[in-house]
Design a binder for this molecule. Structure first.
Ligand SMILES: Nc1ncnc2c1ncn2[C@@H]1O[C@H](COP(=O)(O)OP(=O)(O)OP(=O)(O)O)[C@@H](O)[C@H]1O
Length: 251
């Protein structure tokens, strides 16, 4: 099995507060990996580290290594924009740009130099289809994206992430602001997308982790306590702290 992402002895500090402690993990390609754990345990910090979203925050210090395939993502001179083209991100709250549906999707490809209208049209359709929202928006592509429902906006944001043809999608609690129907649409979508993409998803919803993920990583106080196949981690956790968390004894 190939690994999309490998972290070795990864530590991260915000000022003097250590948010990640010696994280070692290998994330397989074409899998969904769920990151779970109580609030403040470092899940989002870890996720953001993977496409260099947090190392420019003043006072942040990072040690250790993260590789995307064979690339050392902290290598001096690394092109962060190129890395983010490969490793896209979807946030907790849908955050479409205040522009048309079409322009939201075309934005990324345009910034990466795609100018040809036919190629852009194709990418827009392909991305919206990939995010299972094409049928709902194909007749209103020129309308403002802010007129969409929250669930549609989140699928639009997934389509926007897909438009630059990434290999990895990082999702930070992508359904926490959504109703159950929209949530299940995003879950189905994620399960379909793993055929072509590697997905890493932060979730507070343990049923969601069980439903959609292949592997689960349990974080606590900045440490990776346990990382295993989802079925195994939820049925026979090896660490007492994992068991306490998944059975609702804390968190
Ligand atoms: N920009 C920041 N500056 C300073 N401290 C931060 C910053 N971002 C996060 N932290 C701290 O780092 C720790 C880990 O936070 P992080 O957001 O990664 O946790 P989390 O597990 O994703 O939490 P939640 O589930 O609540 O989103 C927390 O103690 C948090 O307060």
């Amino acid at each position: 099995m190939n690994h999309a992402i490998t972290a070795k002895n990864l530590c991260l500090w915000y000022g003097s507060a250590q948010a990640l402690k010696n994280i070692n993990i290998q994330i397989p390609e074409n899998n969904i990996t769920a990151l779970i754990g109580p609030s403040g345990c470092g899940k989002s910090t870890f996720l953001k580290t993977l496409n260099r979203m947090n190392d420019l925050i003043p006072g942040v210090k990072i040690t250790g290594e993260v590789r995307y395939l064979d690339t050392d993502i902290f290598a001096p001179g690394l092109d962060v924009n190129a890395l983010r083209k490969e490793i896209g991100m979807v946030f907790q709250k849908p955050n479409p740009f205040p522009m048309s549906i079409y322009d939201n999707i075309a934005y990324g490809p345009r910034t990466h130099g795609v100018k040809n209208k036919a190629k852009l049209d194709e990418l827009v359709e392909q991305s919206l289809r990939g995010a299972a929202i094409w049928d709902e928006v194909k007749d209103r592509l020129k309308k403002n994206s802010l007129g969409l429902s929250g669930g549609q906006q989140q699928r639009l944001c997934i389509a926007r992430a897909l438009a630059v043809e990434p290999k990895v999608l990082l999702m930070d609690e992508p359904t926490s602001a959504l109703d159950p129907i929209s949530t299940s649409k995003i879950e189905e979508l994620a399960m379909g997308l793993k055929e072509r993409y590697t997905i890493v998803i932060v979730t507070h919803n343990m049923q969601q982790a069980v439903r959609i993920s292949d592997r689960t990583a349990f974080f606590l106080l900045g440490e990776l306590i346990e990382y295993d196949e989802t079925e195994k981690l939820f049925s026979q956790p090896e660490d007492q702290r994992t068991e306490d968390y998944i059975t609702g004894r804390f968190g």
